[in-house]
Ligand binder design. Structure first.
Ligand code: GDP
Ligand code: MN
Length: 394
């Protein structure tokens, strides 16, 4: 789950990361009030779950409360397009109004999970304010890295090392060292997968603080982080994913392709997407329907996939272990009968109760909507053909 910048800053600040003073505002009038409280010279920042706001016109300086009102009026309600939002952009509903900082240096600092090392990684770079991916591509040596062993946890030398790598000394070095430790505490205590400060700034008056903040939380930990779970903003999430979750389908992730996938098991779902890619196609979603023998769940999954306008074919790939093929077949038949499926369905079915599943599909006489496949390779090829509108051998 992602949270807004203002929420990320609240969480970071609670663990001791210095951030500029400020408050979120939902109207231009409110933005003016906050600016007044802060003495007039402020920065007004669009709150959306995407970066690149500065370049897209979503971050503006204002030198008086009235100017803050004007700027907030422009930003609230605008559809902000950045390189992370896609061309459709995001509607801005709130702005963060913060005291303006006199920036001397822009740095980069982040904690994330390094999945290949299986450990938290702290990264720092003196090239702040720009995309870290760009820095990594151009000059990987410009990024200092420290892996944290979860058994021994964060050690003070790590912060000292990184602060030196940022080219800091004296009071700046001390401030940055304690900031790295505070960021790591916030990362661990939030069950975050990413805590990123870009830019981390050194101000003209000698302070080191987080000018921006991005925090992604591991969804699997939200049950024990209730106060963070409450920060969820469904306006920022994909409407189909939100609907899927409301129907108890927690492992649906919308993707950009046109072949819908209904699969049991996360590993099999990944393999199914790989097979579709290998056959020249593009999956429309990831979906692990899970091991519950529940016809409604199958029907709901097909309804959600059918609502995705880009879907041109659906691949149902089931290996029945504890999940039963006959339950899946029941769900497929029910979804077709109620009119929830407008595209061809390619099925690859195997495992528990296969014969019963075959009988249900045969007796339901929905054969004209189904394309059968004996194995995954064939299923992937046929779904790619079906999505391309080609007649497929049934
Ligand atoms: P992003 O573009 O979505 O990553 O938003 P940021 O919060 O990083 O803001 C973009 C840029 O605006 C920063 O890199 C800074 O250069 C600039 N900026 C933001 N706040 C201030 C401020 O208080 N003072 C100054 N001088 N620049 C700021
Ligand atoms: Mn930024």
């Amino acid at each position: 789950m992602k949270v807004h910048e203002y929420q990320a800053k609240q969480l970071l600040a609670a663990h001791g990361v210095p951030v500029p003073r400020g408050r979120v505002a939902a109207t231009a009038e409110e933005a003016r009030e906050v600016a007044q409280e802060l003495g007039g010279r402020v920065v007004v920042k669009a709150q959306i779950h995407a970066g690149g706001r500065g370049k897209g016109g979503g971050v503006k300086l204002a030198n008086s409360a009235d100017e803050a009102y004007q700027v907030a009026k422009q930003i609230i309600g605008m559809t902000l397009v950045t390189h992370q939002t896609g061309p459709e952009g995001r509607l801005v509903r709130r702005v963060l109004v913060e005291e303006q900082m006199e920036v001397e240096r822009e740095l980069y600092l982040a904690v994330l999970i390094d999945t290949s090392a299986g450990r938290p990684l702290i990264m720092a770079s003196a090239a702040g304010g720009m995309e870290i991916e760009e820095v990594a591509a151009r000059d990987p040596s410009a990024i200092a890295r420290v892996l944290v062993d979860p058994a021994t946890g964060y050690q003070p030398y790590m912060g000292r090392h990184l602060a030196f790598a940022l080219g800091l000394s004296g009071d700046h070095h001390r401030a940055a060292t304690s900031l790295v430790a505070a960021l790591y505490r916030a990362f661990a205590a939030s069950d975050a997968s990413l805590a990123e400060i870009n830019p981390l700034v050194v101000t003209r008056d000698g302070r080191v603080l987080a000018l921006d903040a991005k925090l992604n939380i591991d969804d699997n930990a939200l049950f024990r982080r209730k106060e963070i779970a409450e920060m969820r903003d469904v306006n920022e999430e994909d409407p189909l994913e939100v609907r899927a979750q409301s129907l108890g389908i927690n492992n649906y992730i919308k993707l950009s392709g046109n072949i819908g996938c209904v699969v049991n098991g996360a590993g099999l779902a990944m393999a199914t997407m790989d097979a579709i890619k290998l056959a020249g196609g593009d999956p429309a979603n990831f979906l692990d329907i899970g091991t519950v023998n529940n016809v409604d769940r199958v029907v709901n999954a097909l309804r959600i996939i059918n609502e995705d306008a880009s879907v041109k074919a659906i691949l149902v790939n089931i290996f029945g272990g504890m999940a039963r093929v006959d339950v899946i077949a029941d769900g497929v038949v029910q979804a077709i009968r109620e009119g929830s499926v407008r595209v061809p369905i390619v099925t690859r079915l195997a495992g528990t109760n296969l014969a019963e599943g075959e009988r249900i599909l045969a007796e339901a006489a929905v054969g004209d909507r189904l394309v059968r496949a004996a194995d995954l390779g064939e299923a992937a090829r046929k779904s790619v053909e079906a999505a391309a509108g080609k007649a497929v051998v049934r």
